[in-house]
Design a protein. Sequence first.
Length: 453
Amino acid sequence: MQRSQTLKFMIAKLYADLSEVKQNETSSSILMPLVRRKPKISSFQMSNTKFQPPENLSPGQLSITKNIKNHPYPNNKQNILLKNTTTDISTISTKESYKYKKQNISETPTKNEIYYTKKTFIESEDSIIDDDENYYKGFIGDSLAYRYEILETLGKGAFGEVFKCFDHKNNINVAVKIIRNKKAYKESGYKEISFLQEISQSSIETSQKLIVKLFDHFVYKNHLCLVFELLSLNLFQVIEKNISQGLQVKSVKSIIKQILKALEVMHRLKIIHCDIKPDNIMLKDENKDSIRIIDFGLSCKESKKFMEYVQNRNYRAPEIVFDIDYTTAIDLWSLGCITVEMLTGKSLFTARNEQELYKMFLETLGYPEKSFVKKGRRCNMFLDRQGRFKIKIRPNINTLCNVLQGFDIEIINFVEECLKWNPEHRITASQALAHPWIISDNEFEYDNNLILE
């Protein structure tokens, strides 16, 4: 009897053990797929997640994230998904900070620090950051790299757009140039950075006083961004402000001296600016004559030219028109044109096309030497098969003496030396600094009052 009860007990225990093992195996097999799947998130949780700050933020940074708002455009409501990123000493490589169509952020300058997030938004897969021409679609209040707040648009050019921004880290206004999202324009932007750094290393005084200061540069939403000091008016705006009457000679001379000092350093490094014009000569302060040269996007080395067709048409040298290999001398031609414009308030050569520009050259400077024209790859546009000039026009009907009537002979001579047909005969920056008109006033200081006529 006792033996049968013991046997029953052992059978019951064995059955219980087998049932427990089977139950564990069943539950384990059910749980395995659940571990690998992401849990479903309700719409309420997703909307809540939009405004959750990233982990490991300091209390000061945490308070900033509470100000996050949606994009002001109703068709572009976005989610914010902030993730930790890895950083090196100089830049931070962000793999999934943002999600947007066919674009990735490669770097930001924030070094994992958030200074400004107002109106910052994450692009959904259907949203578009760039317009049809690959310009960044910035808006007032937009945040660049969690640091720079867009305040207004300053200007738009072929290579990108410039915004006035507030730097929330240093509490200053800056100008941020956002390069168009295309390979060629990005390469030009990196080239501009390289030239500015090279000039800075070569001459600290020149870079600090005469060349625009580059504070920072980074890649944001696949756009190269350059952060510059914020300047005042450019020379074109100053001339317009004076109702095209020109500036006083003393102010013109001061500005020309500063440009020449900058060109002397650049040309010593074999750097050609390629786009010297009133728009690219900025005043540091509105009522002072202290200037900064900006926009090195077209710049190149004499030994390595990226483009054969450079310069604004109104300030374009003859060698560019004829398609002759150019040198640093093209910057001096542009300087001569700017000198006349500052003195008279009117552009010396205002042409709608190359043919019209060439005619204006003839009216002011007379015919060039045929041997010089023949060097050009476009000489057949200006010379026939017999080597005669195709365009017949009365030369020298609007000479520099007529244009600068009433000005000192030394000023006229200075402009004539800058506007020689042949670049080999043109004055250099170093020679121009020793010109009688330039050295006539020995006391030369920056930040003089800008005097209008």
